[in-house]
Design a binder for this molecule. Sequence first.
Ligand code: MRU
Length: 343
Amino acid sequence: MTEALNPIQWKNNALVLLDQTKLPNEIVYEEFTTVESVWDAIVTMKVRGAPAIGVAAAYAVYLGVRDLKPDLDQTVLGKVVQKHVAYLATSRPTAVNLFWALERMTAVKITDASYKEALLAEAQAIHKEDEEINRMIGENLLTLLSDGIGILTHCNAGALATSKYGTATAPMYLAKEKGWNFKVYADETRPRLQGSTLTALELSRAGIDVTVITDSMAAMVMSQGKVQAVIVGCDRVAANGDTANKIGTLGVSILAKHYGIPFYVAAPTPTIDLNTPNGAGIPIEERHKSEVIEGFGKLTAPADVKVYNPAFDVTPAQHITAIITEKGIVRAPYGENLEKLFS
Ligand code: MRU
């Protein structure tokens, strides 16, 4: 087992991010001290994964006011925060954690003299809470699994996408602590390869049995009886349970349904968006064509070809066996049962 990678740290009054675009080849930690540089890190996916994006953006709000004059009027300071919040909200549209974290930063009271410190404390609280949430998700998920099974996961809803443990990977880390052995299949996850570059990296460093497959191999692996559960993360769960996650998740859910394999969504409550009634209302990010045709360091299609590159898709609620949150396991009817989580 090798030392765990730490995607987000608050160190020496700066935000330190592990540059995930360089993994698995290089482990490079980079320091960020401005709101613009954190925005850029989110857009270019140096930091990615719904919870991690939220945490990074929260720290960015503080970075944006940290060096302003101490005698600045609190109302002016509040306006600067609003400006940064609006700017950070333009970085990536799908993961609702970003907007949830920015709302929490906006809700910090401007009235007292220690407003700046309160902003930092809120960002640190969001960071810390995420770790606790993930551990609870892992414990809840573990009750649905048993020693020795095969688990397929898509993209990276791992420790690299969160403060610690990950969401979909949390039961894998906890099972390891218990002496259980899962056999994990990590979909490569085209076009950005988060499954092979990130999930395979973090699980193998933790001594967890992980096998990389290309996305097109999932059906074969399932048909061979190698998978007893699918566990994925999510970027936004709508009020009716429809769930946006990394592109390709919808296809995996259809395969799981076909082969009668339970399909679990690991969902921190900040990823549940009761204000969006169903999946049709979830904004889907489209990214640059270069990710699809230049992802391997050379052209893999004619340079001028048309490319469609949605970064996420929506799995309909009826494909989901259960949504596992830190507050418990939610099953259909999702509309009713998700709402109960917040009441
Ligand atoms: O584009 P990414 O890498 O940010 O997409 C990440 C995912 O889709 C994850 O599954 C999701 O954010 C959950 S992370 C706990």
